[in-house]
Design a binder for this molecule. Structure first.
Ligand code: PEP
Ligand code: MN
Length: 289
């Protein structure tokens, strides 16, 4: 037919997500930053927003240390129904206040389809957590929102399943998807999960979407966060998601994997060195995008 310029036959089950369909890296522009380009981004903050004072303190600390995005959960997926579940809408308001105070864009999780419009009003990037990676209703709902989505790999999900989950969002009309390796469940239990860093170069070969790594949930142990952050950046990650808390012993969730602010400051320096060694840089390191 004369109206058809060319026909591309895509063999992989994930179509829009695949490199066959789009060769160039997808660049996601948020708040003056570009994810998926030369910069390696640091998304940092506490696991949960616990109170106004607690979160404003950690937000200022991670900003000062060089974070480019602020994270914190207002809705928390907890194993136990008796654990702290997050401050809900109050938490979103605190996130917005922290964004205004620091200028850092916000990443926060949406756990329920019904809450997508509300969370999208506050968040700069909507996080779909590991437990909801294959909640197809949430994937379809976040596809309708014109905001980037951070999609975390499920602890029992294969790379193909992660890419198929991303396909739901792209086919739903939203191509601003950031994939996140956060560890998978194996027989090893010294660590919380097994951080599968081979997924980073593999996904980069299979897909044009940016890939970030979460060594905090991936290991569950703060002393492992720095070495695995270095390794993730060496493996080609476009960013890191790091949990930071001013008083990890008092944290309402994930204290064991949270870094103190000065440890995070050191991580930013160390990661910057690895980034430069592999031809990348962290924002503000002086090399232009
Ligand atoms: C989180 O990042 O807050 C979180 C709960 O992580 P995950 O979904 O990877 O367990
Ligand atoms: Mn956490």
């Amino acid at each position: 037919m004369s109206v058809i310029e060319k026909v591309i036959s895509i063999q992989s089950p994930f179509k829009l997500v695949s490199r066959e369909y789009k060769q160039d890296n997808t660049l996601i522009k948020v708040g003056g930053h570009v994810i998926g380009g030369q910069d390696v981004h640091l998304i940092a903050g506490s696991c949960a927003v616990e109170s106004r004072a607690q979160f404003l303190e950690v937000a200022a600390a991670v900003k000062e240390a060089g974070a480019t995005f602020l994270r914190g959960g207002a809705y928390k997926p907890r194993t136990s129904p008796y654990s702290f579940q997050g401050l809900a809408e109050k938490g979103l308001e605190i996130l917005a206040e922290a964004r205004a105070a620091t200028g850092l864009p916000i990443v926060t999780e949406v756990m329920d389809t019904r809450l997508v419009p509300l969370v999208a009003r506050y968040a700069d990037i909507l996080q779909v957590g590991a437990r909801n990676m294959q909640n197809f209703s949430i994937l379809q709902e976040v596809a309708r929102v014109g905001k980037p989505v951070l999609l975390k790999r499920g602890p029992g999900a294969t790379i193909k399943e992660l890419l198929m989950a991303a396909e739901y969002i792209l086919v739903g009309g939203n191509n601003q998807v950031i994939l996140c390796e956060r560890g998978i469940r194996t027989f090893e239990n010294f660590t919380r999960y097994t951080l599968d860093l081979s997924s980073v170069p593999l996904i980069k070969q299979l897909s044009h979407l940016p890939v970030i790594v979460d060594p905090s949930h991936g290991t569950g142990k703060w002393p492992l966060v720095l070495p695995m952050s270095r390794a993730a950046v060496a493996a080609g990650a476009d960013g890191l998601l790091i949990e930071v808390h001013s008083s990890p012993c008092d944290a309402l969730s994930d204290g064991q994997q949270s870094l103190l602010p000065d440890k995070f400051r050191n991580l930013v320096d160390e990661v910057g060195m690895v980034a430069r060694a592999v031809g990348r840089c962290i924002p503000g390191c002086g090399v232009s995008q």
